[in-house]
Design a protein around this ligand. Structure first.
Ligand code: ASP
Ligand code: MG
Length: 394
């Protein structure tokens, strides 16, 4: 919701749904850019802003849009009232800036609905047991929407966003990528957390835990989006659901480590304590009882990770090299559980394209490879073609 016009456009859609006889609760996020602006302002005043005050500040963005949305609905003759996260009974734990939702009590929303009101709830925010405002992490309005749908027992949960749904690959890279009709929570998690950036991963995890099926669709048109739901047997018929790419990885090679119990624990505990998310770890034994480890991290954490690893070296020894421009390409699909040969097809395709693989990681429903960033788009195109995804069922 960037502008007044956008808010009015959304209000019109809400009116349509209301006029069709639905009870409607709308979760809104801040106007686009506002949260970033508030973060920047805070950091210009204090490079390490207190997290409680940060939440107090960031919650403002959504408080603006709930009021404006209610007013826009009034202008259309639709009875509506806004509620903050606290008023909607979104109860979180005590951590700030990335609070977890403990439960959604709903406040007086059921009463308002039965009075024929549309209720507009501020996304991204809640309240903790000490009565302080908390926020749910960037993109947290998605989580608010899913949690309210669960808490209020909604029949339908729709996430309106700036993409049309979940695609077999990023359509900007693969023009004949297909919008998927439905995906399982797990596939969505893999596709949303890596590159396709459709919605907040924590929101999908919450939906999976409480089995809230939802639809991701565009706020700019009326096309149906993608339904995300519990896995059903027929989903396994499809080998690969989509190709995801994460272009923001760094590859770290740590050599000459002591090959003895506790080495990996020391290294990765230290990284975890500094909140560096490590992915795709490989260890192998080098010469003279020394071990090497290779892993990937988010590029933005490169400097921090080097500091942390160097600190661990002071205790156990070792040396480090890193390659910053790495992409992680993944093929994802629950069908991999019951079919073999996916990895071989992927490796063959990449090799035909002259793309070197630095690291391989697998899970039950995913095969990931680390490749040079400059080959990222080519890799996605080739994999998309190799698995025939342009013929996927939309
Ligand atoms: N306004 C918050 C953010 O920018 C929450 C959201 O947009 O979902 O992260
Ligand atoms: Mg958002």
């Amino acid at each position: 919701m960037g502008t007044v016009e956008r808010i009015q456009a959304v209000a019109n859609r809400i009116k349509e749904s209301y006029d069709a006889g639905n009870q409607v609760v709308v979760v809104v996020s801040a106007r686009s850019g506002v949260t970033n602006e508030l973060v920047a302002r805070a950091k210009s005043i204090n490079p390490h802003p207190n997290e409680r005050e940060m939440d107090m500040l960031l919650a403002v963005g959504e408080q603006e849009t709930i009021a404006l949305m209610a007013m826009a609905l009034h202008a259309l003759g639709v009875p509506a009232e806004s509620r903050t996260g606290a008023q909607a009974g979104v109860i979180t734990n005590n951590s700030h800036t990335k609070a977890r939702i403990l439960r959604v009590e709903g406040g007086d929303i059921p009463e308002l609905l039965s009075q024929g009101m549309v209720v507009i709830v501020a996304g991204f925010q809640g309240i903790n047991s000490s009565g302080h405002i908390s926020t749910l992490g960037r993109g947290g309005s998605d989580l608010s929407a899913v949690a309210l749908a669960a808490g209020l027992n909604a029949d339908l949960c729709q996430i309106f966003t700036d993409v049309e749904g979940v695609f077999t690959a990023d359509p900007r890279i693969v023009p004949d990528a297909v919008k998927l009709g439905e995906v399982s929570y797990e596939e969505m998690l893999e596709l949303a957390s890596m590159g396709t950036k459709v919605m907040q991963a924590r929101a999908v995890e919450f939906a999976k835990k409480y089995n809230v099926s939802f639809e991701v669709r565009s706020s700019f048109n009326n096309e149906p989006g993608t339904i995300v739901k519990e896995e059903v047997a027929s989903m396994e018929d499809v080998l690969v659901r989509g190709v995801a790419i994460d272009k923001s990885q760094t590859l770290v090679v740590v050599s000459d480590l002591p090959d003895e119990p506790g080495t990996a624990a020391k290294l990765f505990s230290a990284l975890a304590e500094s909140n560096v998310m490590v992915d795709m770890i490989v260890q192998n034994i080098g010469r003279e009882g020394k071990a090497n480890m290779t892993f990937t991290i988010p590029r933005e954490d490169s400097v921090l990770a080097e500091e942390v690893v160097n600190r661990v070296f002071q205790e156990i020894g070792g040396s480090l090299t890193s390659t910053t421009d790495i992409a992680k390409l993944s093929v994802v699909g629950v069908g991999m559980r019951s079919h073999s040969g996916v990895a071989a097809t992927l490796f063959e395709t990449l090799s035909e394209g002259g793309i070197n693989i630095s690291l391989i990681g697998t899970s039950e429903i995913k095969i990931s490879v680390a490749i040079d960033l400059e080959y990222a788009d080519l890799g996605v195109k080739l994999a998309h073609k190799a698995f025939g995804l342009e013929k996927a069922v939309g």
